[in-house]
Design a binder for this molecule. Structure first.
Ligand SMILES: [Zn+2]
Length: 201
């Protein structure tokens, strides 16, 4: 049985001042990344969906941001947005208050969140984890222990004390099966040329 589900992790990427189109308040907004993970056994394994929003901290209204737009904003420190419908009204009010007319570019600066959540680290590391996992599965040793080769052979020591013969694994006897039985240890096939064998008396 596999337990699976979906989990959404919100990550605050940065903050900026902006003029909210919904509540009309000029105040702090956050750049939010939401990642939806498919999870198996409560372990998030696959990011299936990512989106970005500019969220007003006063009223919670959200404005959709593109992925590239957010990337540029975080690397350049500026998030220029299209002309805000209520900006001129806001600028007029500020002018009437203190004779300072703001520029719409005053809302461009973005402050990156220096303490992004562990979720963002996980999202960045995720491709690495997948590669490591695939490599581990592909290269996992099939069997740690190699079977030790058979080495014990039935052999015979002749009356002169020399090795008279041995029975090979296929049943054939090399030499002669005469004398006292013993056990010799060697690996088949027999090497060619001169060699010595150690046998247990
Ligand atoms: Zn708002």
């Amino acid at each position: 049985m596999i337990i699976y589900g979906l989990l959404t992790s919100p990550i605050v990427l940065g903050a900026k001042q902006d003029l909210c189109a919904t509540c009309n308040v000029a105040g702090p907004h956050v750049i939010l990344r939401r990642v939806r993970w498919a999870e198996i056994f409560f372990v998030p394994v696959l990011p299936v969906w990512i989106n970005h929003r500019l969220v007003c901290t006063n009223c919670g209204a959200e404005t959709k941001l593109g992925y590239g737009q957010v990337r540029r904003a975080l690397s350049s420190g500026k998030l220029p947005l299209p002309h805000r419908a209520t900006f001129d009204e806001y600028a007029d009010a500020l002018w009437n208050d203190n004779q300072r007319r703001p520029s719409e570019a005053d809302f461009d600066p973005v402050e990156r969140n220096p303490k992004r959540s562990a979720w963002n680290v996980y999202l960045k590391l995720w491709p690495v984890l997948v590669v490591v996992l695939i490599a581990a599965i592909a290269f996992w040793p099939k069997s740690v222990e190699a079977p030790s080769p058979r080495t014990a052979h039935d052999c015979w020591i002749g009356s002169d004390g020399n090795l008279a013969g041995c029975r090979m694994f296929d049943g054939t006897v090399l030499g002669e099966a005469i004398g006292s039985p013993t056990t010799c240890y060697f690996v088949e096939p027999m090497p060619s040329g001169d060699y010595g064998l150690t046998c247990r008396q």
